[in-house]
Design a protein around this ligand. Structure first.
Ligand SMILES: [Zn+2]
Length: 342
């Protein structure tokens, strides 16, 4: 990017009410068949338009074609039985009924490549596409086949790499892997999680990013955050190894969270997508608040590597609030650009 402080979102945006119930995770589609395909494309176009009007520089699909950032990808794979469900603890935080891995996992056809081509056709701006990371994928499944979290993660990494290479060929500029699990399972992340992530990104010539956060603003997450104390130092556990990794960009949560800003120093040299928008609050930030968070981050990341972003996805928010936050992000980054130019 030649423009200073290029803005983007972490990924998801609210869906229009005619395709799914707003402000709900895993909301079922309201359309079927051809209507659903057209409905998803219309939603994607709106998401692009909202981002462009807000001055967002790196455009995403708002995850309009998926119900959920992890499960939709897994639904398209072989070896996972969605009828056979077991209750497991997700990220050590809440119980959920999840599908079962019943055999060798594989990807018989592309999952998001057509959607990415559609996004590519909507804009000449750089585009970013999000995929779940291997460790976050295994954490939302019951594994009755491999019986090894590490083994399953490596299988998913191989599959993700196939998908990522095709996304790159479809014109995606940044492939982002979402790994909120890195903020929970530090030992596994350092033992094999980061290596599996690198495997997922292997051979890509486009830029690669990893998004690590404290989750959507849903109750299970906000309750968990209350147990973390006044300083959230989770990033400290994985950042040293991520700094040494082949991943180009780290996307993290900074605004209104208890993450000490100086932890960004641990990934010096990487591009940093700094979360300057709180996705767990309906209060829309002012551009000045956004600029203030970015200014603080600037102490620990070089200006040409600071990418203003949101703390996490905005699916659970209302469209009005999410749009307000997009505009604040765009305007806040512009304040900083003017300061740098002065
Ligand atoms: Zn997130």
């Amino acid at each position: 990017m030649t423009k200073l402080f290029p803005t983007s979102t972490a990924g998801s945006l609210p869906k229009p009410s005619w395709i799914a119930t707003p402000e709900v995770l895993w909301s079922p589609w309201k359309l079927e068949g051809e209507d659903l395909v057209a409905g998803k494309q219309d939603a994607l176009r709106l998401a692009v338009d909202d981002q462009q009007k807000a001055g967002i520089d790196i455009v995403g699909d708002g995850e309009q074609t998926r119900q959920h950032f992890v499960t939709t990808f897994i639904e398209h794979l072989d070896g996972v039985d969605f009828e056979k469900r077991e209750t497991v603890r997700i990220r050590n935080r809440y119980d959920a009924s999840v599908p079962t891995v019943v055999g060798a996992v594989s990807r018989s056809k592309p999952v998001f490549v057509e959607d990415a081509r559609f996004l590519r056709a909507q804009t000449d701006q750089p585009i970013k596409w999000t995929l779940p990371g291997p460790m976050t994928m295994i954490d939302t499944l019951y594994d009755a086949h491999y019986q090894s979290r590490e083994k399953l993660a490596w299988e998913f990494a191989r599959i993700l790499n196939e998908e990522a290479r095709e996304l790159e060929a479809a014109g995606v500029d940044i492939v982002q892997f979402d790994e909120p699990a890195f903020n929970v399972f530090f030992e596994e992340a350092n033992d094999w999680g980061i290596a599996a992530l690198e495997r997922a990104a292997e051979g890509l010539k486009c830029e690669t990013a990893v998004h690590i956060c404290y989750g959507y603003g849903i109750k299970a997450n906000t309750d968990w955050k209350k147990t973390l104390g006044s300083e959230w130092r989770q990033y400290e556990e994985t950042f040293p190894n991520l700094q040494k990794s082949s991943i180009d960009i780290v996307s993290l949560e900074c605004h209104h969270s208890n993450v000490p800003m100086d932890l960004i120093e641990l990934i010096r040299g990487k591009k940093v997508m700094v979360g300057a928008i709180d996705v767990a609050s309906d209060i829309v930030e002012t551009p000045e608040e956004v600029a203030d968070t970015l200014r603080k981050a600037l102490q620990f990341v070089d200006a040409d590597k600071l990418y203003p972003s949101t703390n996490c996805g905005m699916t659970p928010l209302s469209r009005r609030v999410a749009n307000g936050k997009l505009k604040a992000l765009g305007a806040g980054a512009e304040i900083l650009r003017k300061e740098q130019a002065a």
